[in-house]
Design a protein around this ligand. Sequence first.
Ligand code: ATP
Length: 266
Amino acid sequence: KSDDNFSKKNRPNVSFKDVAGLEEVKEEMQEIIDFINDSEKFHKMGAKIPNGILFHGPPGTGKTLLAKAVAGETNSTFLYSSGSEFVEKYVGVGAKRIRGLFEKARKDSPTIIFIDEIDAIGCKRNMDSNNEKDQTLNQLLVEMDGFSDKSTVIIIGATNRLDLLDEALLRPGRFDRHIYIGNPNLKAREDIFNVHIKNKPIDKSVNIGDLSRKTHGFTGAQLASIANEAAIIAVRNKKKKIDNIDFNAAIERVVAGLEVKHPTVL
Ligand code: ATP
């Protein structure tokens, strides 16, 4: 995930139009974008922009994509990492990595730091605050408190377990904005399909409205995967365009994949 969609070094060429649905969320993120693009105006008014934003909700709903789009819209550096990369056996290693990440972010500012699965480092601390994990979390708190006006660094964390996070992380000045990103509704599923068929030859037998109705409960990632599978199936069937039969076969294939992974869910 960390190195796709990049034009220049660490600058994603993803924009808001690649993120379908999530209109309210995009509106909220527009404020952050305006700040990065015109920080002087906000500083003059004495406004301090939130440094930490937390995306929470089920996997595959576009959290990473949206964070990349914020970087793309502001021509910011995008630094991707996953919470599990900081979980180490030896004391101090995770904390050192956090320090390194923020150093790089400040150097290449404006920067969006994205930490997926932030619960891996941000889960509630033990009473004796001395183990490796607690040191890593403490370092993250120190870095967030040390944000200055000189460089624009915004950190976006993602989790599907908001309830696991240590309260210290959620305090004002840290991750104080929480944005829920859920599964797409009918209209959003249509929009997501439209984004993912944009550059594909589509036969007129395909009805995106029907496909969207059939895919209730699917995530954005699954819909993207259906569009891709349909294209693969069309090639295999030696067709010039992707038709309705290919899409239905693709839905079946994605559902079958889910049944293998989560036999009790479906
Ligand atoms: P995870 O929690 O598993 O990291 P996530 O919420 O970060 O998941 P993404 O990695 O952003 O999900 O989504 C995976 C892929 O699914 C995206 O790269 C994109 O192709 C597609 N996708 C998901 N949501 C959307 C959306 N709202 N619009 C367009 N494409 C989407």
